[in-house]
Design a protein around this ligand. Structure first.
Ligand SMILES: [Fe+2]
Ligand SMILES: [Fe+2]
Length: 156
């Protein structure tokens, strides 16, 4: 699986989980908590493998190719991740019964949607221009390995 296919599959999964959690009733606290923990973990792992593997590789290619747009995309993505992380932290500290919980969840969903759109419609296109299929395959292997380690709680 090449890097872009892997990252897109992650986006699809987390998008579905975010829809699922919105569909749960306010009173389903235990289910909401469990689903949030999964979203939190999936988003954290996904962000980490992008930040440590995919973004640096793309940024390097952008610099070599003098592609300022692609470089800017990468720098913006780091900032957007930081906003997503901030909202995840807030939700970690908020009880599902709190009146602000849904508002926070809604904003998290919007941040993620916007970010995923930028990646899929801009950054990944730039990446396909700047990287060969062989390079994207090799990055995919690296991403999959790091993801597996993080999911099992190991280093990476
Ligand atoms: Fe992503
Ligand atoms: Fe991202």
């Amino acid at each position: 699986m090449d890097a872009i296919t892997l990252l897109k599959a992650d986006h699809k999964k987390v998008g579905e989980l975010l829809e699922d959690i919105k569909g749960l009733s306010q009173s389903a606290h235990v289910e909401r908590r469990k689903l949030f923990e999964q979203i939190d973990r999936d988003l954290t792992v996904h962000s980490k493998i992008e930040e440590t593997i995919f973004y640096p590789a793309l940024k390097k290619k952008a610099q070599i190719g003098n592609d300022d747009d692609a470089k800017q995309e990468v720098l913006e993505a780091y900032e957007e991740h930081s906003n997503v992380k901030g909202m995840l932290k807030k939700l970690e500290r908020t009880e599902a019964t709190d009146e602000t919980y849904n508002a926070k969840l809604q904003v998290l969903g919007e941040l993620v949607k916007h970010h995923v759109h930028e990646e899929e419609h801009e950054m990944f296109r730039e990446a396909r221009d700047l990287m060969s299929e062989t390079e994207l395959d090799a990055l995919g292997v690296e991403l999959a390995r790091a993801k597996e380690e993080l999911m099992s709680g190991g280093p990476a």
